[in-house]
Design a protein around this ligand. Structure first.
Ligand code: MG
Length: 298
């Protein structure tokens, strides 16, 4: 299988002999933020520069879910299955209610506007954790060029009370993020400031009682940068990279790669058994069926 590059023999058991990397949609500008809706049987994803959220349904293809989308980027679902979205254009995090109305959850911190929320996860306790790098306000390509008033940080948001805490403050530009299976660790990808030579890598932090401590190198991607990351049910970290999707063991070792012909931004697991990996990669969305299962999001 030409799309598989094993770095550890175990990776051969993660792929399927006759599965293939399938381009399921194309013609976009910069796809991001895939999220699977198992109950609706569809994938939502952002095409940031075209200011849309798209919906892909097996057998039906792509339709527009929301346009304009306020240049939305990353998405996830909360514990009630509601869509949580990061919006570059409105510089906020929103929740789409079951009736379709949109609730603003966060748009400022200590009186200053957020930069451009990028990616988001929901903890088992229902709190919403999101990254706020500056990419969406650096140019007019993925939002609106604006002055940066806050450092690029990771926030923990209690959507019930509106209380928001900056939990990771020592990264240049935090981007994708994911919890370990027991949620005692938080993986965060740093993609560095725009137009800089900042070192980029996935770092891992200790989490206890909503507090974050520590912070150390987890894995340095060997090709390009890590952006979106997701876990499988064995705790392996599946990360976007310049040449595809990399599978990284909990101890930080690269196990293998799914090579993708376009630069990958993000990924999510979906399908009947969460065994399908959906990959947003520049102009296209790809799907590959694996002998792995992703962690349910939420
Ligand atoms: Mg991202």
């Amino acid at each position: 299988m030409s799309y598989v590059e094993a770095h550890d023999p175990v990776f051969h058991t993660y792929v399927l002999g006759n599965s293939h990397l399938k381009q399921i949609a194309t013609g976009f500008d910069w796809t991001e933020g895939p999220v699977w809706f198992g109950d609706a049987g569809c994938l939502l994803f952002s095409d940031i520069p075209s200011n849309r959220i798209l919906r892909w349904t097996p057998g039906e293809g792509v339709t527009v879910y929301r346009a304009p989308s306020n240049y939305s980027n990353g998405h996830t679902r909360d514990r009630q299955g509601r869509l949580i979205s990061c919006e570059h254009g409105a510089r906020r995090v929103t929740r789409t209610e079951h009736d379709g109305s949109v609730t603003v959850l966060a748009e400022s911190y200590e009186g200053k506007p957020l930069n451009s929320p990028n990616d988001v996860v929901v903890s088992k306790d229902g709190t919403i954790w999101f990254t706020d790098p500056h990419y969406g306000i650096m140019t007019n390509y993925e939002g609106f060029q604006s002055d940066q008033e806050l450092p690029c940080m990771v926030y923990r948001l209690n959507a019930e009370t509106g209380e928001m805490t900056a939990v990771v403050t020592d990264m240049q530009c935090p981007n994708g993020l994911a919890f370990s299976l027991d949620e005692t660790q938080l993986y965060v990808a740093d993609t560095g400031r725009m137009y800089s030579d900042d070192p980029c890598a996935i770092r891992v932090y200790d989490v206890a009682g909503g507090e974050v401590s520590g912070g150390r190198l987890f894995h340095d991607i060997d090709t390009g940068k890590a952006d979106g990351i997701r876990l499988d049910t064995d705790g392996n970290v599946w990360s976007s990279a310049g040449d595809g999707v990399h599978c990284i063991a909990p101890d930080g070792r690269l196990l293998g790669k799914i090579l993708v012909p376009e630069k990958v931004s993000n990924l999510c697991f979906g399908g009947r058994a969460k065994h399908e990996l959906f990959i947003t990669a520049t102009t296209s969305v790809y799907k590959v069926t694996l002998n792995r299962q992703g962690v349910q999001h939420p």
